[in-house]
Design a binder for this molecule. Sequence first.
Ligand SMILES: [Ca+2]
Ligand SMILES: [Ca+2]
Length: 319
Amino acid sequence: MKKTLYFSAMMIILISLALTTSCNKKKDMESIIPQNDYTQTAEPTTEQDPPKPQDTTVDEANVESQIKENEQIIHGVTADVNGDNKDEKIEIVQVSILPQDQNGSGELEGKVRITSGSTVKEATFIKKPQGLTGIMSDVEILDIDGDGVKDVFITTSEAGSPFTLNYFFIYNYKTDESFSFNVDNKLTFFAKGFKFKYVGKGILDILNDSYNFKAEINLINDSGYSSSDETSNEQYSRSWVEPVPSEIGQDSRLSLVEKDGSIEIKVPLPVYGAATSDLIGELDLYYCANKDFVPEMRRFEVFSFTNGAKEKIGEGVIK
Ligand SMILES: [Ca+2]
Ligand SMILES: [Ca+2]
């Protein structure tokens, strides 16, 4: 009996917490999207709320009917994602899954919901334990695979040390194909292909024999640099490429970029010198989605940070 009461109390607290988060989030959402587009029926309206325009179209009513109590729409955009020259409504929905018992922790599910006329299609892009970081950090709608129709690109961030980690999900609404880029063994293998060799006078060679790649990192201004070749050799022989997509800086994060009229997915990896506190460079990988909508690495660029600013020192092509 006591246990049942305790459990009920926990459930009430958790539900109230979920609703509080929902209110806060909704405020953020309203600054991004028109208010009359999304109405969450689960939330009581207060007298302070301005009167909302009535939705008259069938489409709006359909979307409203899809919103459930444990869901919140955290982002909304419109774009043509099936090539019929009419915009679809694209929404990022966060679903809160309550814990199975009082000792368990809840889960968050991230879904992309696309409404075209009276058709509603959904794809799950992430499931994760409830924590400090949300289900999504950015959404872009661009033609990733070059078939002339726009696709959905969603990034998720995860707190990491020393950098925020990034993952992505791509979705082709027209063909219903999707790809989730998380921990990738191929990335570990690829990163290990880069070797470092201290050649003296503050110069560290970064090499990858598979791609006939060689570039120089000038270490003279780096914190770990010693004029003793022996010390520097020892320090930087441990340098490595970290095989984890990271948000290293404002322009060094997982994103879509345009190159010669086509869209690439840019995946930055940190390059460390003596330790993870010693960032000496950045390796940017560029992926294109192939005809099966699977991202394939096409090229890479290498930058050094050791001369006071980010400086491109080389690039390679994956054949
Ligand atoms: Ca359309
Ligand atoms: Ca496309």
